[in-house]
Write a protein that binds this ligand. Structure first.
Ligand SMILES: Nc1ncnc2c1ncn2[C@@H]1O[C@H](COP(=O)(O)OP(=O)(O)O)[C@@H](O)[C@H]1O
Ligand SMILES: [Mg+2]
Length: 419
């Protein structure tokens, strides 16, 4: 190596420097570079050598310290130092390494770049110090020419700048992620509150309707008692009884909404459950005929008897309502047919009616909680409960309908892996 290249042996670097950078440092932000060395001469030389230094349009702000103690003090004052050029041997043989530990361990600063330099060539730190403390360059003072110092400083500032940019990007991402999580939470909370609010309104609305029917009955009964009017008494009592059964249906359905959160599976026969249900509708004077077409060979499956019973009762009562609401041509009879058969790995239960059917517009809404076209006679809980029960069994609830001529609901319960 030519002696005249050495930063610490020759003043000619001042002239050489002019060629390296022609830019003039600006008054804007600067890279903080700390020079820690117990030789005053090194401070002076470094200042002169780096006078016109520019990187990413920023000049240098040089900070000087002459011992490990001074360096620690300066580091506390300038935690945003980008690079420290550190002498190893100062007040003690390992004073520089003490500063390195202070930066990485005590200050927990992982970004600051470190160049170690020493006047004593044999005094290199152990490899584990270089690895564990993320030392970016290690140079004997005799090796450090102006050009090498320049290259080293540029390399270190570039990696410092990249680290800071990466850290900023990570922080921004983290902040954005937190903001989104918070927004989603707030949105979910608002939606939940709105749903709860709507549910309460619907329930109170339903209860109020029933209450006014009951009040009507109460009014009639009072008037009948006053006037000894037995006909009015019967009317009033009828109204009161209707109100009571509607209230019982509402409270029962409301309980069903949460009752079937847990499905209790037991081996059982769907054909015999359906026969039980058909049996409930067999009295002679029924306006709507309820019958079955049951394939007795349908294999037993695992299901919750009470839950599927509730689901089917909901479908059958809707079917009867739909028939009751339709006007039939003479000779045509209102009927509900329940079919049971297994196919494609499912036990299927069809509930088919020849009632008034469902309009295309209503088709999208029938599974929505509280949707009902029956005014105060319906509460809109039957189908949402039914869907929840069927899906709770890993099955599916399907519907096809023709406005004016009938509807078929199909419960599909899986056979495979069920037993
Ligand atoms: N078999 C059917 N035929 C025609 N419309 C039906 C049938 N089943 C359900 N619907 C429609 O779906 C709506 C929602 O049914 P549901 O949730 O059981 O509530 P509700 O019976 O209390 O009205 C009914 O109001 C009705 O408009
Ligand atoms: Mg219903």
């Amino acid at each position: 190596m030519n002696d005249s290249d050495n930063l610490f042996c020759d003043d000619s670097f001042l002239r050489e420097k002019e060629d390296i950078s022609s830019k003039t440092p600006t008054a804007g932000p600067k890279w903080k570079v700390m020079v820690v060395d117990d030789e005053e001469e090194v401070h002076r030389m470094t200042t002169a050598a780096m006078r016109d230094f520019m990187f990413e349009d920023m000049g240098l702000d040089l900070i000087f310290a002459s011992s490990a103690g001074e360096a620690k003090f300066a580091l506390n004052k300038h935690p945003d130092t980008a690079l420290i050029i550190l002498d190893v041997v100062m007040e003690t043989e390992h004073a520089g390494l003490e500063v390195v530990r202070y930066i990485r361990q005590t200050l927990n600063n992982k970004f600051m770049r470190i160049i170690l330099r020493t006047g004593q060539p044999g005094m290199a730190p152990e490899n584990d110090v270089i690895i564990n403390y993320d030392i970016n360059d290690y140079k004997a003072k005799s090796e450090l020419t102006i050009q090498r110092l320049y290259t080293s400083v540029v390399t270190c500032l570039r990696s410092y700048s990249d680290l800071i940019k990466l850290d900023d990007a990570c922080k921004k991402l983290e902040k954005e992620a937190q903001r989104r999580i918070l927004m989603e939470k707030q949105l979910a909370e608002r939606e939940y509150q709105a749903a709860v609010g709507m549910a309460i309104t619907q329930i109170v609305h339903g209860a109020k309707n029933i209450l006014s029917a009951l009040k009507g009955g109460q009014y009639m009964i009072n008037a009948a008692l006053k006037n000894n009017d037995s006909e009015l008494l019967i009317k009033g009592w009828d109204a009161a009884q209707t109100g009571i059964s509607r209230m019982a249906a509402l409270t029962g359905d409301l309980l069903d909404v949460s009752r079937f959160n847990q499905i209790e599976l037991k081996v059982g026969s769907i054909p015999s459950l359906v026969e039980d249900i058909i049996g409930m509708f067999q009295d002679e004077d029924r306006a709507v005929e309820v019958s079955g077409d049951i394939d007795k060979s349908t294999p037993p499956i695992l299901f919750d008897y009470e839950a599927i019973h509730t689901a089917l009762m909901n479908l059958v009562s809707n079917a009867i309502d739909a028939c009751t609401a339709r006007e039939y041509d003479s000779g045509e009879k209102a009927r509900v047919l329940i079919r049971v058969y297994s196919a494609d790995g499912f036990v299927n239960i069809d509930v088919e009616d020849n009632g008034q059917g469902i309009s295309e517009n209503d088709m999208d809404k029938i599974f929505v909680l509280f949707f009902s076209t029956k005014n105060f006679r319906g509460n809109g809980l039957g189908l949402p409960i039914t869907k929840k029960i069927v899906e709770g069994h890993g099955g599916a609830l399907e519907v096809t309908s023709q406005k004016g001529s009938g509807t078929t609901f199909l419960i599909r319960l899986p056979l495979k892996d069920n037993l």
